[in-house]
Design a protein around this ligand. Sequence first.
Ligand code: AMP
Length: 173
Amino acid sequence: MESLKKKIREIPDFPKPGILFYDITTLLRDGEAFREAVRTFVERYRDRDISAVVGIEARGFIFAAAVAHELGVGFIPVRKPGKLPYKTIRKSYSLEYGTDTVEMHEDAIRPGDRIVLIDDLIATGGTARAVADLIHECGGELVEIGFVIELDFLKGREQLKDYPVFSMLTYQE
Ligand code: AMP
């Protein structure tokens, strides 16, 4: 699994100076690597009686949809504001400067649904925390939050301490 790290391209100073950006497009471009990442999630969740997989726009969609397809369950998109056409519920969370908001269709999750939430990367954990809280407020049971990449030094897990968390690849500073 650690060999997957070699498939992730690291871009310094993107999108702004001081940020090291983990570019998963190189992993996605490699059929075996993409399949291994998806398979790791699928094997983990196959026997957990999952009702649906939630993915976060945009890179989270790619993994979450593939995992949902393999599990034979539905996919639920969480998007940036104003993109979803039906009635939504939303959650705002704070960033370094300002706030951001995530939205989900209000009827996407039914009480008692067993949900896996998947995103490509956890940095500060703010995004995943907002989505996890939305799922919880809808009555969904969050079985686990799964990431391909965890930036351990940003301590995002502390934001998610109410929920089980799994990450495939961990990076130290
Ligand atoms: P956060 O809310 O801080 O955990 O940020 C998580 C979201 O921002 C994820 O959906 C990532 O796609 C993106 N992100 C944050 N930092 C990076 C980074 N260094 N490289 C790639 N994506 C990042």
